[in-house]
Design a protein around this ligand. Sequence first.
Ligand code: FAD
Length: 301
Amino acid sequence: MHIQDILSAARGTTTFSFEFFPPRTPVAVKTLQSTLDLLAPLRPAFASVTYGAGGSTRDLTQSLVAELTQSDVFDPIPHLTCVGHSESEIMTLLTRYAAAGVSNILALRGDIPAGKSDSGVFTHAAQLVRFIKQFNERGLHPRPRGFGIGVACFPEGHPATPNRMTEMDHLKAKVDAGADWLCTQSFFDNHVFHDFRARCSLAGITAPILAGVLPLTTATGMKRMAALAGGMRYPARLIRALNRAGDDPEAFRRIALHHATEQCADLLDHHADGIHLYTLNQSQPVLGIFSRLGLWHGHLP
Ligand SMILES: Cc1cc2nc3c(=O)[nH]c(=O)nc-3n(C[C@H](O)[C@H](O)[C@H](O)COP(=O)(O)OP(=O)(O)OC[C@H]3O[C@@H](n4cnc5c(N)ncnc54)[C@H](O)[C@@H]3O)c2cc1C
């Protein structure tokens, strides 16, 4: 379903959507299948599928998207990055997705893998958005409106643009180029999101903004996330609570889940357009959040 229809069907209530990554090993395939089975009753608004800018998992993204298009539960939204792609490669992918009945694309720049140079035709996501928009305007998608187009945004700021006013101009350029919705990088302090939403509004960005929430599961994962572009800043309250957990992985998970649930409850209270849960292909944190929010009454497996 086109993102505009997904959001208007929600009639002003906050949607929930999930992000998955394509599995690389037979064990990971099994884990994802079990996660999809367990999360199906939650009926997410859509399921986004990441794309490896480095190239190694690109075909796997297409396979997972193709698989999800066959399900009547997970409406798949493929991520697509500009990095390393020629115009004709992007055209081929869009044509394939359109033929498969995919209704939306998350248009990203991606990050150039360490040690590689970028041979891609587009240097910024706004150019990819414009390209998809033209694809739509040329009537190359079987549905009249073509692809709904999403873009990434960074409430904590993106490291390539230290000037936050300039960064907002770049974000506005993506929306002006044709983006229908924005999805944030994960954040752990909701004040950051509320302030970001207000700054977007002041900049004239009226497209819906989905809040990215990541339930942490391990201390190692927490450190890995901090190292990402647009890296995480963990609030003192969360760090203090996790420090109290010491080396107990179960206590870590419980505290992190409590924190993510509080974030979601606050986003619901503030009528966020949507909450996009970074599942890391795991069902337990998502089920835990839904259960604690009173949105799901099943038994945790
Ligand atoms: C929701 C979400 C999903 C993601 N999914 C993936 C994924 O599946 N695969 C993956 O590889 N990565 C993914 N990423 C990571 C993302 O690709 C990187 O963080 C990348 O560095 C930024 O992508 P972007 O689309 O925001 O790029 P852009 O919008 O191009 O911005 C990148 C930087 O360039 C600056 N900029 C933009 N336009 C201009 C201009 N005209 N002149 C100068 N500077 C400019 C921006 O301010 C920003 O600092 C995701 C990120 C998010 C938030």
